[in-house]
Design a protein around this ligand. Structure first.
Ligand SMILES: NC(=O)c1ccc[n+]([C@@H]2O[C@H](COP(=O)([O-])OP(=O)(O)OC[C@H]3O[C@@H](n4cnc5c(N)ncnc54)[C@H](OP(=O)(O)O)[C@@H]3O)[C@@H](O)[C@H]2O)c1
Length: 431
């Protein structure tokens, strides 16, 4: 007897969709053996059905109307690789309601409306899998839900955006400015023509919201994640950080305590010996700390058609197995707790500051006085004379964000301070 056939309906056949289609066909035999079912692509919705495709797809499968795929009774599983929140959310809710399982690579949708979709899937007893939505080809959602099911996850430290990691790597290695490195990333296809989503930290914030929800078992949405981008990082900051033994990275940081979670995305100085400091160019990595497993790190390509297709197809295979054993709905939404997100001003971290000050005796005492009065202690300080102006580089001990803001306001009011050039958080937790 032949294998059971699981019929797939695609929403989208762009960068990720074409790669999913290609790998599903290229590795069809192994994929079918592993899943115990055969997969057949039954229908594909695209925005422009006449457009040439990079994969040899049967044109009769294409439609410009996504509802035809969602409502097709001969589609068992929807593979959503079109992106966006609406109308995608409505398509997926309808598919779930009619008993179809769903695979999605859509971080924006999962980070903003994931709970609603997961609740709908649970109520209907179907699967909603989203491995491709975080970290491209890096397996991270399934490891968190399954391989680390024993642990209480206490911390996530991650590089989740390849574009910004590429830019910061080039600034550090070549001494380029942010604009030079961005232009290079755009030329090489690592940055979009409009790179705002990446460089302002929105993309990493969505991915962190998904990871934190899964790892800490509480709902975190993209809007809960305070974020800052990398556009104000200068080559001087990178050079001073290096002198002090640090590397600058855009990190997604999540912490889980008994009564709250902490989530944020921003540039940080991390010690140059830290495992994340060596993650270069467009690569991504996720470091997880669990109370039993200790530290584990996942590393790989965080975007791109083929790496993301690897994650999407792993979900398709798992759903195929579930269909075969009538076990759909076995992996449920893991957000079974409700913990508040710590307000940004209460987060405590060390800070790096660079100040331009008047170069004359007594200036440093004035600056140190402000720190003392606001009860912020200084861990290290370097002063570089540049004629009439001196540049002062400081790293503080752990300080609340609100406290730091007060220090900065007062420093800006001091006549001896010409400019506060930059303020960057420091991440030096060792567990
Ligand atoms: N690219 C990556 O590296 C990557 C990595 C991880 C996750 N993702 C996620 O994967 C998803 C897809 O990304 P992508 O890079 O593959 O995007 P893409 O190349 O722009 O492809 C989008 C596809 O969706 C189709 N589409 C758009 N609107 C549609 C509509 N209303 N009805 C039917 N089809 C529609 C487009 O049709 P046409 O082809 O006819 O225009 C295209 O085939 C997004 O959620 C993205 O965040 C992407």
């Amino acid at each position: 007897m032949g294998k059971q056939v699981v019929r797939l309906g695609f929403l989208g056949l762009g960068t990720v969709g074409s790669a999913v289609y290609e790998v599903l066909h290229r590795n069809a035999e192994d994929i079918a053996m592993r899943a115990g079912v055969d997969f057949q692509v039954r229908r594909i919705a695209v925005a422009h059905p006449e457009k040439p495709r990079p994969v040899p797809v049967d044109r009769d499968l294409l439609t410009g109307n996504a509802w035809e795929v969602v409502e097709d009774p001969e589609v068992d599983v929807i593979v959503e690789v079109m992106g966006g929140i609406e109308p995608t959310r409505s398509y997926l809710l309808k598919a779930i309601e009619s008993g179809k399982s769903v695979v999605t690579a859509n971080k924006q949708l999962m980070a903003n409306r994931g709970r609603e979709l997961l609740d709908a899937a649970e109520a209907r007893g179907v699967d909603l899998y989203f491995e491709g939505s975080v970290g491209g080809g890096i397996p991270i959602i399934r490891p968190l839900k399954e391989s680390l099911a024993a642990d209480r996850i206490t911390e996530i430290l991650a590089i989740l955006n390849g574009t910004t990691n590429y830019i910061l790597t080039k600034m550090a290695q070549e001494g380029w400015t942010f604009s030079q490195a961005l232009a290079d990333a755009q030329r090489r296809g690592f940055a979009e023509q409009d790179p705002t989503e990446d460089i302002d930290g929105h993309d990493a914030a969505s991915k962190l919201a998904i990871l934190a929800s899964v790892a800490f078992n509480t709902r975190v949405t993209a809007s809960d994640v305070p974020r800052e981008g990398i556009a104000k990082i200068s080559p001087r900051d990178i050079a001073y950080a290096q002198e002090l033994g640090y590397t600058i990275k855009l990190l997604a940081i999540g912490r889980n305590t008994d009564d709250h979670v902490e989530v944020r995305v921003h540039p940080v100085l991390i010690p140059s010996h830290h495992p994340l400091a060596t993650v270069s160019n467009e690569y991504n990595a996720v470091l997880i700390r669990g109370d039993a497993v200790g530290e584990v790190m996942f590393y790989g390509r965080g975007a791109g058609g083929l790496p993301t297709a690897s994650a999407v197809i792993s979900d398709i295979v798992d759903i195929g197995r579930n269909i075969r054993f009538r076990a759909n709905g076995r992996i449920r939404c893991t957000c079974y707790r409700q913990k508040p997100v710590l307000p940004a001003e209460q987060v405590e971290v060390p800070f790096y500051l660079s100040l331009q000050v008047v170069d004359r005796p007594g200036v440093f005492a004035r600056i140190a006085g402000v720190f003392g009065e606001e009860e912020v202690s200084i861990a290290s300080i370097v002063q570089k004379s540049r004629g009439e102006t001196a540049e002062v580089i400081m790293i503080t001990h752990k300080t609340r964000e609100g406290q730091m803001r007060r220090v900065l306001d007062r420093l800006r009011d001091l006549p001896v301070v010409k400019e506060v050039s930059n303020v960057i958080r420091v991440e030096d937790s060792e567990g």
